[in-house]
Write a protein that binds this ligand. Structure first.
Ligand code: FMN
Length: 256
């Protein structure tokens, strides 16, 4: 009981633990205070801000500088044209971030023999670009959220997005970055796992799985608080079904 109360409390008062000097550093502060935003206003985004966000993505580091990503951009009107509904959470603009091994097919034909490594590189690099864009948005006073499920926006709706966006084979729609001005502030920070569960010295600590009990309970409680009418287990089942479908799509394209 006391443990459960502690876990509930941690959802409201949990914060990144960083020394004051480091916390006062502007970029550090920005990274630590970034939160996924799930409610946006109708205020337009400055055109140059949006271009700067994309350029931040293009300038992310990548394996052998292969830049295995592509970004498909949308205004509200364009999103509606393609998907026949609004951008999730009333976002102002959206960027579908794809891991892209299609574009390089003529430049590096030899890469075709290493599909697992190709996918790993491509996904990792696209993730770096996505994060660069997220941080750029924060720096410009905007908010964002990466989506891979809500509103059929990413990997879990691979086949659907492939058709809607006319993606060629070997382009994986990883996530949609929704951007805009935040409507209100949300209290609380989604719980992080204990430090020792994922930061290790010298060698891997395989006991880390046992450290996740509190975190898991915090996740359940957090879900109940933010989605009082939804059922976590049902949500999980739906995720699992979509994961199997996305898996099939990847296998089809990469023949792994
Ligand atoms: C690739 C990716 C996909 C995500 N997909 C969704 C989504 O479909 N719906 C959603 O509400 N949040 C989504 N999120 C946001 C996560 O839930 C969020 O990052 C996590 O709970 C941590 O919260 P924070 O971003 O505020 O720190 C996604 C995040 C990432 C990185």
């Amino acid at each position: 009981m006391i443990r459960t109360l502690k876990n509930i409390l941690s959802l409201f008062i949990g914060k990144p633990r960083v020394a004051a000097k480091q916390r006062s550093q502007e970029t550090m502060n920005l990274i630590l205070n970034r939160r996924s935003c799930r409610s946006f206003t109708d205020e337009e985004i400055d055109k140059d801000d949006f271009l700067a966000i994309l350029e931040a993505g293009r300038f992310a580091p990548s394996t052998v500088n292969l830049q295995t990503w592509s970004f498909i951009t949308f205004t509200r009107a364009q999103w509606r044209e393609v998907f026949d509904r609004p951008i999730p959470f009333n976002g102002m603009q959206a960027i579908v971030i794809c891991a892209d091994m299609f574009r390089l097919k003529n430049n590096f034909p030899d890469l075709k023999d290493t599909p697992y490594v190709n996918i790993s590189f491509a996904l990792f690099n696209a993730g770096l670009a996505a994060m660069n864009m997220t941080i750029a948005a924060e720096a410009l006073g905007l908010k964002s959220i990466m989506l891979s499920e809500t509103g059929k926006t990413g990997l879990l709706d691979f086949a659907y997005l492939k058709e809607k966006l006319r993606l060629p084979d070997k382009v994986i729609p990883m996530t949609t970055l929704v951007v805009g001005k935040a409507k209100g502030e949300k209290a609380g920070i989604p719980p992080r796992q204990p430090w020792k569960a994922n930061v290790m010295e010298k060698v891997y600590n395989a006991d880390n799985c046992e450290m996740l009990e509190d975190w898991q309970q915090q996740m359940f409680i957090g879900f109940k608080l933010t989605h009082p009418l939804s059922n976590f287990q049902k949500q999980l089942e739906m995720y699992k079904k979509k994961m199997v479908e996305a898996e099939e799509e990847i296998k089809k394209q990469y023949r792994v």
